[in-house]
Design a protein around this ligand. Sequence first.
Ligand SMILES: [Zn+2]
Ligand SMILES: [Zn+2]
Length: 171
Amino acid sequence: MSLDWWLSFFVAFAFMEWAAWALHKYVMHGFLWSLHEDHHVINKKSRFQKNDLFAVFFAVPSFLAILYGSLGGPAWIEGAGYGVMLYGIVYFMVHEVAIHRRWRFFNLKGRYIESLRIAHHHHHQVQSKEGASNFGMLVPPLHYFTMSMKDLRRLSPAYQAAHSKSGDSSD
Ligand SMILES: [Zn+2]
Ligand SMILES: [Zn+2]
């Protein structure tokens, strides 16, 4: 693999975090809310969500770039295709498996994943098109990393629900 290949691989991976953020903020919570809505208001009886279709948005160009590169096209195009593919795999493992537990192949633990989990749960506290925060996935706002683990846990919706139920909101 050439330097071109690796460079575009890493650039494509990093760019995807921005692309996923922009798609989520301006398209999914914009004119295609009708496809994203069932990820916020979940029908527990259904294994799949209309929202899953968004994966195709990135899988198709990624597949075509890899195909074109492997058929003799420029190395950087193939590298970019693999960068997008890797982002898709990581996104699936973090968002569907580790955060939402839709599939329980494995679990991920640790400070980084805990920050992502709580940032994303905050995104889900709003069940409507307007008013949500934290649209990114792998790079949430910095304060999720700088606060102590104890404060982070207290911010988790599960912790807050448990404490508001018992009437103990001072703690
Ligand atoms: Zn959303
Ligand atoms: Zn989610």
